[in-house]
Design a protein around this ligand. Structure first.
Ligand code: S3P
Length: 429
């Protein structure tokens, strides 16, 4: 599908964004290996989470829904999964593949995991290496660096793992494998990445301890099925937040968005850029804070972004580059080499997309320099099969002269299936 975006006069209204992708995946995974029933509300019915759901059904887990955002999982306990008859397909989802590897490492059966062409290019060695150290037998292309990966799991040894990257997927894979080890498994990361796994493990009854950048979990816990209401995904809200900033006379309220501090880097950066914004915390659900975000049209200015902030806004960088293009002055993004191994090489793909729209941009080995303030001009741009690149460029198109055409835009279904309808509903023509 090609998406055609024309400039809008304004954006106004109140909206809810779909459920958080990271939390939806984890609710399925922990629900499957807990005992008793887990009822998930506001589950994200995007392709990534549906891939996780299909994988667990293939391992014999009874799951009903999703129906109107509700999923019911009949947990089969830590050791109740059954050997899948066929290859498990994680499709485009790094979270499915990496977290599932952690769980499969502890299973006394054989399984094979694959994904689409983008996922089969992404690095898996970062997860495979610690899982092998714990005792799992994993083989795959490039010595286990790339999917398809074949896993023969079983009882594992605990590990004190120091991760070279600040990655929640790596951390989560090791912690999930740690559930199948006798003793305590810990992960130390160079900067704090999203902590949804450790929050949800605690919520399901596991013993989790934290000390600075180290988090540890005890093996063999009693995980009890739970009720989870998934907050709105701040990574989806980010597209609307930036859109409201750059469109004239806009006022948007996004209700019920997850406000976990490991995810709110986007709020800090937009504030520093001069965004007019109000955050109204509403409470906590399932161990995750949430609230409402209101954003108004703003005069943005360029900023410098790097260091420990990067993992707290890693998925928002594509749309932050659009805010930067519309800001006055230069924005420098550093320490973001991880973007090269996302659904696309987001340093390259965003630089290419912005250049097509007339934005001066320089690619660095670990970031981007964006020279903002010049009026954007509509053009035909590629999504490169990356949902966040497609949506970021669509947001840019809202303020560009003429038409912006995003090719292969159906990829938005990966994380924000009603993105286009939501924009249409909020647009003032
Ligand atoms: C995710 C972690 C991040 C993020 C991804 C979702 C998760 O990846 O980019 O979209 O749910 O754990 P990394 O852990 O590879 O940084």
């Amino acid at each position: 599908m090609e998406l055609v975006i024309r400039p809008v006069r304004s954006l106004k209204g109140t909206v809810a964004v779909p459920g958080d992708k990271s939390i939806s995946h984890r609710a399925l995974m922990l629900g499957a290996i807990a005992t008793g029933e887990t009822v998930v509300e506001n589950f994200l019915e995007g392709e990534d989470c549906l891939a996780t759901l299909a994988c667990f059904r293939s391992m014999g887990v009874e799951i009903t829904g999703p129906e109107a955002g509700r999923v019911v999982i009949r947990g089969c306990g830590l050791y109740g999964l059954s050997e899948p008859e066929d290859v498990l397909d994680a499709k485009n989802s790094g979270t499915t593949m990496r977290l599932l590897l952690g769980i499969l490492a502890g299973q006394p059966f054989f399984s094979v995991l694959t994904g689409d062409s983008s996922l089969r290019r992404r690095p898996m060695g970062r997860v495979v290496r610690p899982l092998r150290e714990m005792g799992a037998r994993i083989s795959g292309r490039g010595g286990g660096e790339l999917a398809p990966l074949a896993v023969t799991g079983g009882e594992l040894k605990p590990l004190a793992f120091t991760s070279p990257v600040a990655s929640a997927q790596v951390k989560s894979a090791v912690l999930l494998a740690g559930l199948y080890a006798q003793g305590t498994t810990s992960v130390t990361e160079p900067a704090l990445s999203r902590d949804h796994t450790e929050r949800m493990l605690e919520y399901f009854g596991a013993r989790v301890t934290r000390d600075g950048l180290t988090v540890a979990v005890d093996g063999n816990p009693v995980l009890k099925g739970a009720a989870i209401r998934v907050p709105g995904d701040i990574s989806s809200a980010a597209f609307l937040m930036v859109a409201a900033c750059i469109v004239p006379e806009a006022a948007l309220t996004i209700k019920g968005v997850g406000l976990n501090p490991t995810r709110t880097g986007i709020i800090e950066v937009l504030r520093e850029m001069g965004a007019r914004m109000e955050i109204t915390p509403a409470g906590e659900a399932g161990g995750e804070p949430y609230g409402d975000i209101t954003v108004y049209s703003s005069e943005l200015r360029g900023v410098e972004i790097g260091g420990a902030l990067i993992p707290r806004l890693i998925d928002e960088i594509p749309v932050i580059t659009v805010a930067a293009a519309c800001a006055c002055g230069k924005t420098v993004i550093r320490n973001a080499a991880e973007l090269k191994v996302k659904e696309s090489d987001r340093l390259k793909t965003m630089a290419a997309g912005l250049s097509c729209l007339g934005v001066p941009v320089e690619e660095l080995p670990d970031g981007l320099i964006i020279y903002g303030g010049k009026r954007l001009s509509g053009a035909v741009v590629e999504s490169y099969g990356d949902h966040r690149v497609a949506m970021a460029l669509a947001v840019a198109g809202l303020t560009a002269d003429g038409e912006t055409v995003i090719k292969e835009a159906d990829v938005v279904n990966v994380s924000f299936p009603d993105f286009v309808e939501t924009l249409q509903r909020l647009s003032v023509e």
